[in-house]
Design a protein around this ligand. Structure first.
Ligand code: EPZ
Length: 430
């Protein structure tokens, strides 16, 4: 199993190209099930989760073609064409769904277009129990019959879905995406209230509109959809990965360097930029990207609370905690989205961090320096936080179980090495 070895203490300077967003690409790929025509998406990041979605769609009968190579080794020129003109199965099996919870995003499109879907119930995962009750309740409000039996969601709407009002009792990115795709082909008007406002949802809505859907309120918490009888093919641009960009912004901050993040948009991580600035980091929109710098400035502890967009992203909580471990003073980090997203805490402590957990909050007291250690990655963003800690630590850090990183960061070690990090992937026999 591969490991990542980092020798810390190098300030990162230069330019990093931000790729297409995983969390935008996954629902966009699922949207291909809504039409028999071809949906073309670019730039597609090269990630394990994308491959899992390709395999899932492939077993439904979707024809998937990868066109073009990434430019400069990146994802810039890579496009995926998806054609669901001969869907042979409306079942998403356990073996694929258990690998990636976002597989549940095929539920809405399959049900809306074919009147039936059978999707394995995703299990729990490292960061929390993560139920899908909001997806199921919302689909029933659009007229679907939904039952859970033998570990599978059985959803049907033989006469098609019917537009309706769905008020989400809690904000959910995935449930909003599933319902938006389903409503696009429902009969009549649907109103999705208290919808999630993450930029990935606007990116999906714009794609659906390009496919012929009628959606008002894009970017707001109320999406109004006039259902149409069919959608057509389209070409659509996958937005830049704001979590990848945020992670590299923190890499510049934690190493006292300066990075240009090409293709990043400040508007997509305002809350994070706010925290970084308060901590003493310069963050500016510049030359078609975001410039981040902490050259010669002290780092100051800042309190952080995760919230749905436009609040501070839970997907950057672990990375921000790594940063705060070496800031002056204390920082209270509160996680409100997932109940168990502190798996990185014991590993950061092994590197010398001072962190106390109190329920959903972590009190981080800045230390003068971290020291390299062998650590274990537990989930995608926790792994990224260990990489960041390793970049700042004295000595060598060896991160085990890096397959978690490969789910969401394209060529992470190459991108970091390109701006001055001493980082390499080592293939180790188990
Ligand atoms: C998306 O997950 C992202 N995944 C996650 O990114 C991200 O952490 C999360 O949104 C929050 O921003 C993708 O976009 C593929 P939710 P999702 O439904 O849609 C609870 C990463 O690291 N909930 O907004 O699954 C849920 O348990 C990943 O890239 C219910 O209770 O998140 C959680 O506490 C990890 N019932 C909260 O809502 C439901 O039916 C928010 O979850 C659905 C969700």
């Amino acid at each position: 199993m591969d490991k990542i070895r980092i020798r810390g203490g190098h300030a990162l300077n230069g330019k990093i190209q931000i790729g297409g967003a995983k969390n935008a690409a996954l629902p966009l790929m699922a949207a291909s099930l809504l039409t028999e025509e071809t949906l073309k998406l670019a730039p597609m990041p090269h990630l394990a989760d994308i491959t899992t979605m390709v395999n899932l769609l492939g077993q439904h009968g979707v024809k998937v073609v990868l066109n073009g190579e990434g430019q400069n080794g990146g994802s810039a020129g890579r496009a995926l064409s998806l054609t669901a003109d001969d869907v042979s199965s409306v079942t998403a099996p356990y073996d694929l769904v258990r690998k990636m919870r976002a597989s549940v995003l095929v539920l809405g499109p399959l049900l809306a277009r074919f009147g039936k879907a059978v999707v394995s119930l995703p299990g729990g995962c490292a960061i929390g129990s993560r139920p899908v009750d909001l997806h199921l309740k919302g689909l029933s409000q659009l007229g679907a019959e939904v039952e859970v039996e033998g570990g599978y969601i059985h959803a049907s709407a033989p006469q098609g879905l019917i537009g309706g009002r769905v008020v989400f009792p809690q904000i959910s990115v995935g449930a909003t995406e599933n319902l938006l795709m389903a409503a696009a082909l429902a009969r009549g008007e649907s109103r999705l209230e208290n919808a999630a406002r993450e930029p990935e949802i606007a990116n999906l809505a714009e794609c659906l509109i390009a496919m012929g859907a009628q959606i008002d309120g894009v970017g707001s918490d109320t999406l109004v959809v006039q259902g149409v009888t069919e959608l057509h093919g389209a070409e659509h641009a996958v937005m830049g990965d704001r979590i990848e960009a945020g992670t590299y912004a923190i890499a510049a901050a934690i190493t006292g360097g300066s990075l240009d993040l090409d293709g990043a948009r400040l508007a997509h991580f305002d809350a994070v930029a706010g925290v970084l600035r308060e901590a003493g980091v310069t963050v500016e929109q510049r030359n078609g990207g975001v410039f981040v710098s902490r050259a010669n400035h002290a780092l100051v502890g800042v309190d952080v609370m995760t919230e749905p967009f436009p609040g501070f992203a839970t997907d950057l909580q672990a990375q921000t905690m790594a940063l705060m471990t070496v800031a002056d003073g204390a920082s209270m980090i509160t996680e409100t989205i997932f109940e168990n997203r502190f798996m990185h805490v014991p590993e950061l402590r092994r590197m010398g961090a001072s962190i106390n957990l109190h329920g959903g909050s972590a009190m981080v007291r800045g230390v003068d320096r971290l020291t390299g250690a062998q650590v274990m990655a537990s989930d995608l963003r926790a792994s990224a936080s260990l990489v960041l800690a390793g970049l700042a630590a004295e000595g060598e850090t060896l991160i085990n179980r890096v397959y978690h990183l490969d789910r969401g960061y394209e060529r992470l070690e190459e991108k970091l090495a390109g701006v001055g990090a001493d980082i390499e992937r080592v293939e180790a026999a188990e």
